[in-house]
Ligand binder design. Sequence first.
Ligand SMILES: Cc1ncc(COP(=O)(O)O)c(C=O)c1O
Length: 374
Amino acid sequence: MLPYGRQSIDERDVEGVLGVLTGDWLTTGPAVGAFEAELAAWTGGVPCVSVTSGTAALHTAYAAAGIGPGDEVVTSPITFVATAATAAMLGARVVFADVERDTANLDPAAVEAVTGPRTRAVAAVDYAGHPAEYDALREIAARAGAVVVGDAAHSVGSRYRGRPVGALADLTTFSFFPTKTITTAEGGAVATADEELLRRARRFRNHGLVKDPAEQREPDEGGWHQEVHAFGLNYRLPDVLCALGISQVRRLGEFKARRARLVARYNEALSGLAGLRLPARRPHVDPAWHLYAVGVLDGRRREVYERMRQAGIGVQVNYLPAYRHPVFADMGYRRGMCPVAEEFYARQLSLPLFPDLTDSDQDRVIEALHAILG
Ligand SMILES: Cc1ncc(COP(=O)(O)O)c(C=O)c1O
């Protein structure tokens, strides 16, 4: 089965990992800082904190922002459940705002309508790699006294109005799962330009440990002494995986270019196909595309999904509106609450898109779609 996404690993990646694997530090060594520094070259210099997954990154970002019981986090339903689940697990109430028809990103007007005195964070999702409308979202969040969290699991390497993802939100989270644009097998990162948020994020990923005597309550205890002032977890990304991250970040430019080329080929080959809506791109964004997300019209999405799979093409659906997971339904969230998101979901289909997808495999995808819809 041709997958919808997969990693690209070459000898540079293998050499990088082997070098660390046979060295002194498997974890918590120099590759961690080196990876974070390489990644920061893509966030406009905004410092990055590596963690063990995109989910851990969201959990760390919300925790650093002080999200807890009594707070509301406004987010998009068109996302992987982790964007909402991590806020809910900190005790916050998740408020879903509807998305925009073209990009399936958070609609600033819908966000504005649901923000209130309890809103502590607005969590945007850069669906498919296309950045959300950060300028408008930041304004709304600032008026509410909330932070903007950018779930950039899809959009490492993308740009918005000339600025890189990572420098657009108060806290940005990345995922390095193998289907994503760069991979560390499992992995993620939080980027923030705010020194206090950065300090809190670094502490949270390491049990909350305070090691600097200048910040300890009992600094004279002895050289071994470390303290916990606020609970954290072990979300440390090991050096072995950071080594993979370093070589992957160095390849990000080539990945972005190959993905753009594949997107252009899809756009050209599928533009005449009635019954299919192609992905939108706003003029002020330069996306590093993660998904090629089409809309199948006329109620034929399920049929096309099944026939493509029968043809050995692993199309995917991204995503069931998050509030339709039974865990949210059981809390009283109702179907239909975000009608644009529901309509988007009913049509959505992701076609294979990854850097090692060959032109001839892509042609097979295109031919199969033409055979079904043409
Ligand atoms: C939008 C979004 N947010 C969060 C995540 C969670 O990332 P991870 O799988 O690395 O935990 C993913 C990945 O599946 C995602 O697509």
